[in-house]
Ligand binder design. Structure first.
Ligand code: 5RP
Length: 242
């Protein structure tokens, strides 16, 4: 484990999330909210892009009487959804999710993702896994040729015996930092830690994801493979989607 990040990108994202590429994020979020229909169970993602979709869904409920229930992927998104008076449910109450709208930290051409910059990757992956249709909304800076060159891969680990888990993670060729918040170790909504892992690009995202999840102290990792169905890239004016 190293004491300072090689890339610093994750910290950059955390600090600048609210203001960076505001129009692009809003255009992506608002477009994604158009996919939501009456009667749907909707997964609500976490982060500064997903928040625009939550806002628009709230507006559609208020103005159009859109009739949905939603499952938030974090405590922050739950609070936001409550502010917008979006009816909420949980994964214990429903058997499947019709559509989920979430952000990402990196997206490649195959629609594989790195997520977890906001620390919500575990619930985000649980929700994505149960979703019939996963829409990922990003600004153009998130599109990459290869995952893991610029952005450190977040891995959620059990706090107990963390050094042994981190040693195992680093055997896959990364250096890592335990994520901090102010002067303390950052804790996820599930009371775990996040290790940000700096790779020199990830050659085999699917293989790495499986290997990381085989380490007993690892709860989940931020590689989302074959989970995204549609990517919406917000632009200053409008959007592109594929
Ligand atoms: C949170 C996430 C976010 O979706 C990701 O970090 C993107 O956030 P933002 O839209 O604020 O850039 O994975 O765990």
């Amino acid at each position: 484990m190293s004491t300072s990040s090689n890339k610093k990108i994750n910290t950059f994202h955390l600090l600048n999330k609210q203001s960076f590429m505001l129009k692009e994020k809003r255009n992506a979020g608002f477009r994604a909210a158009e996919y939501v229909e009456d009667g749907m169970v909707v997964g609500l993602g976490t982060g500064s892009t997903a928040k625009h979709a939550v806002e628009k869904i709230g507006e559609r409920i208020r103005k159009e009487g859109l009739d949905i229930v939603a499952i938030p992927t974090s405590e922050n998104t739950k609070l936001l959804a409550e502010d917008f008076k979006i009816p909420l449910t949980t994964l214990d109450e429903v058997k499947k999710i019709d559509i989920t709208i979430d952000g990402a930290d990196e997206v490649d051409d195959e629609k594989n993702l790195i997520k977890g910059g906001g620390g919500a990757l575990l619930r985000e992956k649980m929700v994505a896994f149960e979703s019939d249709y996963e829409i990922i909304i990003v600004d153009p800076s998130k599109m990459v040729e290869k995952l893991g060159v610029e952005f450190d891969l977040p891995v959620e680990i059990i706090p107990h015996w963390k050094s042994s888990t981190i040693r195992r993670i680093e055997m896959f060729g990364c250096t890592s930092n335990i994520r901090m918040h102010k002067n303390s170790i950052f804790k996820t909504d599930n009371h775990n830690y996040i290790v940000d892992c700096s790779f020199d690009g990830i050659d085999d995202p699917e293989g790495l994801s499986k290997q990381l999840n085989n380490i007993p102290g690892v709860v989940e990792n931020g590689l989302f493979i074959d989970l995204a169905d549609k990517i919406i890239i917000g632009k200053k004016e409008g959007f592109e989607e594929f």
